[in-house]
Write a new protein. Structure first.
Ligand SMILES: NC(=O)c1ccc[n+]([C@@H]2O[C@H](COP(=O)([O-])OP(=O)(O)OC[C@H]3O[C@@H](n4cnc5c(N)ncnc54)[C@H](OP(=O)(O)O)[C@@H]3O)[C@@H](O)[C@H]2O)c1
Length: 290
């Protein structure tokens, strides 16, 4: 099968490219190769290449969206719609990656958002991602909406991908202790999507590792996997409130997710994030030892 991966230079796009290249003919398109805001370019490349599956990983990030709402709408919402229209015109399947930030975080603590909960985004990123989901669903009946959350993996440095490396190097980190969500190993995300794809059950999925954490919980666990003493972890990890970081975009406080649609089609919840993190750190150990 021919698979076009859009936004292939990013964290999730790289993991899809790596995984799907084993079994499929993959066309990885970075931002340089294709700008999703350019409707004509999208149509041209999709009609020329005629992939059977299009995976849209292109995105403008959380704070960038708040700084530049016009680009946020163009990339995250309108761009997704361009891809879905092109997909529909050649009867291709399309995957639209989306986010826990479509929710407002007001759910009762200790519950998990499911697809039955009504989205209510509180920042531009969430609003444009939700609009992207809707644009894809309007244009294509053959779509998978895959909401994920706090992704970590080898493809790109972010708080979660790099926490263990910082701690190993003895770097101090500040970790938010009053925001909770699901976290997701990029490898588990892509493997789960492969399973969903085989079943060809279109719909909206929450693909995340089980359980929830704060940034602080995540950093502590990374340190424990590395067997760093608790006293040293106390010195290295500074727990902070969200407001102390003065981030540009507001973040919903509590957005752990759970996937009822996967359960309906016979897929068990993904493993606990702690187990996934331990495996990621182990896989990354060769870098630590250099
Ligand atoms: N990472 C997470 O924690 C997380 C959490 C929840 C949901 N998601 C979702 O997962 C998907 C992938 O996210 P990610 O973490 O892989 O993001 P990422 O690492 O920032 O990658 C996004 C890619 O999109 C490209 N891009 C930006 N504007 C574009 C445009 N106009 N046309 C084409 N490509 C463009 C970027 O290229 P340049 O950098 O060169 O501009 C970048 O390579 C997104 O839908 C995101 O909402 C991610």
């Amino acid at each position: 099968m021919k698979v076009a991966i859009i936004g292939a230079g990013g964290l999730v796009g790289k993991e899809f490219t790596r995984h799907f290249s084993n079994e499929h003919e993959v066309l990885p398109l970075t931002h340089n190769d294709l700008d999703v805001t350019d409707a004509q370019a999208v149509t041209r490349i999709i009609l020329d290449e005629r992939p059977a599956l299009i995976i849209n990983c292109a995105v403008l990030g959380v704070d960038a969206c708040e700084l530049d709402p016009q680009s946020a709408w163009a990339v995250n919402a309108v761009g997704a719609g361009h891809l879905a229209k092109a997909a529909a015109s050649i009867d291709a399947d399309i995957v639209q990656l989306s986010t826990n930030y479509v929710f407002d975080g007001q759910v009762a603590s200790n519950s998990f958002y499911t697809v039955e909960d009504v989205p209510n985004p509180i920042n531009v990123y969430g609003q444009t991602k939700l609009a992207g989901e809707r644009a894809v669903k309007i244009a294509s009946t053959r779509c998978f909406i895959v909401r994920t959350s706090w992704v970590f993996g080898a493809g790109k440095e972010n708080f979660f991908s790099g926490a263990h490396r910082n701690l190993y190097a003895g770097n101090k980190i500040r970790a938010i202790k009053d925001v909770w969500a699901s976290s997701t190993y990029a490898r588990d995300l892509v493997l789960r999507f492969s399973e969903i794809l085989i079943l060809r059950h279109y719909g909206t999925y929450h693909v995340v590792n089980s359980d929830r954490c704060s940034y602080y919980d995540f950093a502590l666990e990374a340190g424990r996997v590395l067997k760093i003493a608790d006293s040293e972890l106390k010195r290295l990890i500074e727990p902070v409130d969200l407001c102390a970081l003065q981030l540009i975009a507001n973040r919903p406080r509590y957005t752990p997710m759970h996937c009822i649609v996967s359960e309906e089609i016979g897929l068990a919840p993904l493993r606990n994030w702690r187990r996934a993190l331990a495996e990621y750190i182990q896989d990354d150990a060769c870098h630590l030892n250099r």
